[in-house]
Design a protein around this ligand. Structure first.
Ligand SMILES: NC(=O)c1ccc[n+]([C@@H]2O[C@H](COP(=O)([O-])OP(=O)(O)OC[C@H]3O[C@@H](n4cnc5c(N)ncnc54)[C@H](O)[C@@H]3O)[C@@H](O)[C@H]2O)c1
Length: 428
């Protein structure tokens, strides 16, 4: 099928490349000319395992092209909208990019097939697709479908090629048929429903995942005073098939471009309808205070951090991405600097971008270098190279052997044997 993908960020680029791999003819469109120029040369503007290789391969095969001009997509039967829906000042989802893209499409002529489906992949508040369909009523042959995205940064290509499920919301047989044809080769459970249900599935999923994380983070605070080990508790819980093992890892809180903004957008939407989502409200509270709660433990142990050197390992919001949106590391760096600590930080991909916000941090090129002369080290992102280290050498290089593991990913028992004073999140 001839498909245009509007917005070539994390979701759009992955969608474009994976649909091309399924044999469709794809045109990726973005407003940012530099991004399009880079993409045309087979270079990915984002870091995502496997993406750049697949991009180059699809360009070579000739079924993936890029443009800054939406008019180049005049023959597209489907137009995926994958633009950002960031948090507006009142917490709601800012739909301005989405509405601009819709109006661009609405002003185009229909393709020669006489049918076109606008597919909303961006995460949008429940009711958005219906409102857009209402506005477009009268444009013959133009349909609106909701097809929320569930990929995870860090494994985006894998998730796009083998999705956990495909959710399709529409109100017309022609839209369902086109989506069915598009995803024909993809082996995944499909949910076909209304646009509003599809939109709600996305928000409900993210809100629930955020809830699991905050639930475990709050229990980790209790675990700390009880002298229990939250990682063992999580392991025991996860073996119950009703609970499952995923998303039970306590840490310094969730970040990224989805959970923070999607939880507040859902709260905002509920508020507009006079409904209070009190659990979700608390989920956000726990997440907002989690980095500070962990830093308090560090301050207690060091009797303050002023004048001390702290090593910060990992800056992106999770491993295998270069995304720093809402990353907990940003709160950690800010708090440490405010309290007068000097910081050495390591991240394999995000030093330059974080450096623009925090120029007074010493960004080192190897994880071991961050530990040198440090009075304590904190793990914020569990990159493999930040976890697999020569601990004896690290200990010898530090001013004090104090480790704060914000992801419960360092080998606590081994570290104690080596002579470190180890503190995890909610671990005895
Ligand atoms: N990032 C994720 O992990 C993820 C996962 C699932 C869903 N989502 C949702 O998908 C949407 C996109 O997220 P993202 O992280 O890919 O965003 P992003 O910021 O990485 O990419 C958005 C892209 O859209 C482009 N753009 C904006 N307006 C445009 C227009 N009118 N025409 C052409 N291009 C335009 C921007 O230049 C940018 O390249 C959001 O709604 C997000 O909530 C994201």
């Amino acid at each position: 099928m001839k498909v245009a993908v509007i917005g070539t960020g994390y979701v759009g680029l992955t969608t474009a490349v994976s649909l091309a791999m399924h044999g469709h003819e794809i045109l990726g469109i973005d407003l940012v000319a530099a991004k399009i120029a880079q993409l045309r040369q087979g270079k990915s503007p984002i870091y995502e395992p496997g993406l750049e290789e697949a991009l180059a391969q699809m360009l070579e095969q000739g079924n993936l092209q890029f443009s800054t001009e939406i008019k180049d997509a005049r023959e597209a039967e489907m137009m995926f909208i994958c633009v950002g829906t960031p948090e507006a000042s009142d917490g709601s989802a800012d739909l301005s990019y989405l509405l601009a893209a819709v109006s661009d499409i609405a002003s185009m002529q229909q393709p020669s097939t006489g049918k076109r489906v606008i597919v909303i992949k961006s995460t949008v508040p429940v009711g958005t697709g219906d409102r857009i369909a209402e506005q477009l009523r009268g444009n013959d042959g133009l349909y609106v479908a909701s097809n929320p995205e569930f990929l995870r940064e860090g494994s985006a290509m894998q998730d796009a090629l083998k999705p956990s499920r495909i959710v399709i919301g529409a109100d017309h047989e022609a839209a369902f048929a086109a989506m069915e044809q598009l995803y024909n080769g993809v082996n995944a459970a499909k949910v076909t429903t209304t646009r509003a249900n599809a939109e709600f599935i996305k928000y409900a999923s993210n809100a629930f995942l955020a809830t699991k994380i905050s639930f475990m983070n709050e229990l980790a605070r209790l675990s700390t005073v009880l002298g229990t080990d939250i990682t063992t508790v999580a392991q025991g819980m996860g073996l119950d098939s009703r609970i499952g093992p995923e998303f039970l890892r306590a840490g310094v809180g969730y970040g990224g471009s989805c959970f923070p903004k999607d939880t507040i957008a859902l709260l905002q939407l509920a508020g507009q309808h006079g409904i209070s989502l009190s659990i979700l409200d608390k989920v956000r509270d726990v997440n907002t205070t989690q980095p500070a709660w962990f830093l308090e433990r560090l301050e207690e142990q060091l009797h303050g951090v002023a004048g001390k050197k702290i090593a910060v390992l990992g800056l992106v919001f999770k491993p295998d991405t270069d995304d720093i949106r809402e990353a907990p590391s940003l709160k950690v760096l800010e708090a440490l600097q405010k309290k007068g600590a000097s910081i050495a930080a390591y991240d394999p991909v995000a030093s330059a971008i974080v450096g623009a916000q925090f120029p007074n941090v010493d960004y080192v090129k190897h994880p071991a270098a961050a530990f040198r002369g440090a009075h304590a080290a904190m793990l914020i992102t569990e990159w493999k190279e930040c976890v697999q280290l020569d601990w004896k050498e690290i200990k010898a290089s530090m001013a004090a052997p104090i480790l704060f593991d914000g992801r419960n990913a360092w080998p606590g028992n081994l570290l104690k044997d080596v002579g470190f004073v180890y503190t995890g999140v909610g671990r005895s």
